[in-house]
Design a protein around this ligand. Structure first.
Ligand code: NAD
Ligand code: TYD
Length: 350
C-alpha cells in the first residue's frame, strides 16, 4: 500500500486522520483532496504541511474529470473518504447540497476508483467513513449494531445512508474492495464551532447564551476524535473487505448534562465562580425531526480487531477545552466572516 487519497482531510475528522497517516506511515504518499468549504481549513494541518509524504490538492469530489485525473496522476492504492457536508442543521435549510456532495460526490469517487482499478483490484481499498445517524433514532433502550436496519430521518443522515448503499452496490456489482465504518458523535480539537461542543466552548469563552434545543434530553454517544481515527487505521489495515464496523465510545450523555459538565469545567479553567457558566444555558426551539438517542454497540470491532476507546469523557473534554483555550487564534479565525451570518440566521428565529 503506497499511494493513499484522503478526501476532506482539511475538515475535523479528516485532519486528525491525515495527521495520523502522515506521521505513522512515512512510506505512504498521502494526498489530501479537499474543496475547502467553510468547514475545511488548512490551518488544521499546519504541523504536517511540509512533511515529504504529504500533498494537498484543492478539488471537488463531484467533479468526475478531476477525480479521473487525480487517480491517474497519483495512482492511488487506497481511498479514505471523509469529505462530506456534515451538519444536520445545515441539511435542514439546504438539503440539496447534501445530496450533491454526499451522494453524487461519493458516487463519483467510487466510479473513478472502479475505472482506475478495473483488472487490478488486488490489495486496493475504498474506505467510506460514515455515521451512526443512518440507523435513525433509538428509544431509551438498545444499541445500533452493524445489522440494524437503516432508518435515516434528516436530509444529512439520508444522504449518508444513500452513499453507504452505493458503496455496497459497487462491492457487490463490480467487486470494488470496500470497507465502511459508522461512528457515533466525535469531539476534540479542530471541531468547527457549529456543532454542540465547540459551539458551547466558544460561547462560554465569550459569555454568550448556550442554545439547548428542546428540553436538552436528547442523548448522544461521544467519542474522542483521536480514538475514531485510530479505529479507522485499524479497520483500514486489518478489517475485512466488504464489511461494516460500528465505532462508538459507550459514552452516552444527554445534551443538558453534557453542557453542564462543560460549564463546570470551564468555570474552573477560567477562574469563574462555580455556577457562573450554567447561567448562560438557554432553552431554544427544538430542531425539526430531532433524533432522540444514538448509541453504538462496537462489540464487533472489539472482538475482531481489538479496538477500544482510550479516553474517559471527562478527561477528553478537559483536553478539548484546554486546546480551544490555547488556540484562540484558530477559533477567532474560523468564527470571523461567514460564521457570524450563519449564527444569526440559524439562531435568531429560535
Ligand atoms: P467536516 O464538515 O468537519 O469536514 C468535511 C470536509 O469535507 C471539509 O474539509 C470540507 O471542505 C470537505 N468537503 C466538503 N465538500 C467537499 C467536496 N465536494 N469535495 C471535496 N471536499 C469537500 O466533517 P467531519 O466532522 O470531519 O466529518 C467527516 C466525515 O465523518 C463525514 O463523512 C461525516 O459524515 C463522518 N462522521 C462525522 C462524525 C462527527 O461527529 N463529526 C461522526 C461520524 C461520522
Ligand atoms: P450536533 O453537534 O449538531 O451533532 P448531531 O446533530 O450530528 O448529533 O448536535 C448534538 C446534539 O446537540 C443534538 O442533539 C442537537 C443538540 N444541539 C443543541 O442542543 N444546540 C445546538 O446549538 C446544537 C448545534 C446542537
Amino acid at each position: 500500500m503506497k499511494n493513499i487519497l484522503i478526501t476532506g482531510g482539511a475538515g475535523f475528522i479528516g485532519s486528525h486522520l491525515t495527521r495520523l497517516f502522515v506521521t505513522k506511515y512515512p512510506d505512504y504518499n498521502i494526498v489530501n483532496l479537499d474543496k475547502l468549504t467553510y468547514a475545511g481549513n488548512l490551518e488544521n494541518l499546519r504541523d504536517i504541511e511540509s512533511a515529504p509524504n504529504y500533498r494537498f490538492v484543492k478539488g471537488d469530489i463531484v467533479d468526475m474529470e478531476q477525480m479521473r485525473a487525480v487517480f491517474k496522476q497519483y495512482n492511488f492504492d487506497g481511498v479514505l473518504h471523509c469529505a462530506a457536508e456534515s451538519h444536520v442543521d445545515r441539511s435542514i435549510t439546504d438539503p440539496l447540497s447534501f445530496v450533491k456532495t454526499n451522494v453524487l460526490g461519493t458516487m463519483t469517487l467510487l466510479q473513478a476508483a472502479k475505472e482506475h482499478w478495473t483488472g487490478n483490484m488486488e490489495g486496493k481499498i475504498f474506505y467510506h467513513i460514515s455515521t451512526d445517524e443512518v440507523y435513525g433514532s433509538l428509544g431509551t433502550e438498545g444499541f445500533f449494531t452493524e445489522t440494524t436496519a437503516y432508518d435515516p430521518r434528516s436530509p444529512y443522515s439520508a444522504s449518508k445512508a444513500s452513499s453507504d448503499h452505493f458503496v455496497r452496490a459497487y462491492y457487490h456489482t463490480y467487486k470494488l474492495p470496500v470497507k465502511i465504518s459508522n461512528c457515533s458523535n466525535n469531539y476534540g480539537p479542530y471541531h468547527f464551532p457549529e456543532k454542540l461542543i465547540p459551539l458551547c466552548i466558544h460561547n462560554i469563552i465569550h459569555n454568550k447564551p448556550l442554545p439547548i434545543y428542546g428540553k436538552g434530553e436528547n442523548v448522544r454517544d461521544w467519542l474522542y476524535v483521536e480514538d475514531h481515527v485510530r479505529a479507522i487505521d485499524t479497520i483500514f489495515h486489518n478489517g475485512k473487505v466488504g464489511e461494516t464496523y460500528n465505532i462508538g465510545g459507550h459514552n452516552e450523555w444527554t445534551n443538558i448534562a453534557l453542557v453542564k459538565e462543560l460549564c463546570r469545567q470551564m468555570d474552573e479553567k477560567l477562574g469563574r465562580a462555580p455556577g457562573t457558566n450554567e447561567k448562560l444555558i438557554t432553552y431554544v426551539q427544538d430542531r425539526a425531526g430531532h433524533d432522540m438517542r444514538y448509541a453504538i454497540d462496537a462489540t464487533k470491532l472489539k472482538n475482531e480487531l481489538g479496538w477500544l476507546p482510550s479516553l474517559q469523557f471527562e478527561e477528553g473534554i478537559s483536553k478539548t477545552i484546554d486546546w480551544y483555550l490555547a488556540n484562540t487564534e484558530w477559533l477567532n479565525h474560523v468564527t470571523s466572516g461567514d460564521y457570524k451570518k450563519y449564527y444569526e440566521e440559524m439562531y435568531a428565529g429560535r
